[in-house]
Write a protein that binds this ligand. Sequence first.
Ligand SMILES: NC(=O)c1ccc[n+]([C@@H]2O[C@H](COP(=O)([O-])OP(=O)(O)OC[C@H]3O[C@@H](n4cnc5c(N)ncnc54)[C@H](OP(=O)(O)O)[C@@H]3O)[C@@H](O)[C@H]2O)c1
Length: 285
Amino acid sequence: MKILVTGSDGMLGQDLVAAAEQSGHEVRACPRTRLDVTDAGAVMEGISVYKPDAVVNCAAWTDVDGAEEHQAEAMAVNATGAGNVAAAAAEIGAKVIYVSSDFVFDGKKRTPYVESDVPAPISAYGRSKLSGEEATLFANRRSMVVRTAWTFGIGGSNFVETMLRNGATEARVLVVHDQVGSPTWTWHLAQGLLRQLDSDAYGIHHMAGAGHCSRYDFAREIFDRAGMEVNTLATDSAMLGRAAARPAFSALESEYPNAIQLPPWQEGLAGYLKQMKNAAARGAR
Ligand SMILES: NC(=O)c1ccc[n+]([C@@H]2O[C@H](COP(=O)([O-])OP(=O)(O)OC[C@H]3O[C@@H](n4cnc5c(N)ncnc54)[C@H](OP(=O)(O)O)[C@@H]3O)[C@@H](O)[C@H]2O)c1
């Protein structure tokens, strides 16, 4: 299959390009410098010249707090940009995957969110992702919206990296216990997206690391697996005073019997730590 990947320099984009190439697909990696999704003309030209069978839109404004102050910019990438990509793919009859987020939910549920749950975002970022879902589904009848959560992978700033850095440099690390979600290794997600592309299951899908945990428990698992003794203290979201509200509970599961299941989040964490170690060893050589 010929696959075009937008946002290919991000955590997911990098893993998706590598996984697709490993699986024998022909891939066009498009980082923001090659294809800015907010530029409708450039998107139409880039996609119609390459003529992929499928486009995976990994481009996103992912600064959740920054989106509160820069709502128009977040909307431009996550919503208008998503529409541009889906429309250009539709023009040449290509499928499109829009990667969306657990932050489209308000977090009031206490069991994992499934596809038929009604979104109700509580942040500007969440609203922009929900608009992106709608723009994608509207523009291309061969579209799949894949909601994921709490991503971590090589080449981006993420919770695991932040915890490892803070744990190594600070006497004690404060972590919230009142946010629960499904941590997802982007390498596992990339494999899942490739399988999704093989199907004709258009519409909304949930795809995240199996299981869920609080940020606090996630941090403890990171330190344990990294062999670090860190004084980890539980706090709550109100204490941190971040600009954007986060859902208190945003674990994802699929309600479809044939859904593509990702491995448990702990396996993803183990894989990522190994990947980081290998990358560091290569860099040291
Ligand atoms: N991070 C999470 O915890 C999380 C959770 C749920 C869902 N998701 C979703 O997962 C997807 C992949 O995100 P990620 O985790 O890989 O985040 P990421 O590492 O921040 O990647 C996003 C990529 O999009 C690029 N980008 C930004 N604006 C663009 C534009 N106008 N045109 C083209 N590319 C643009 C960024 O480039 P620059 O670096 O140059 O800005 C970056 O390479 C996104 O749709 C995100 O919303 C993420």
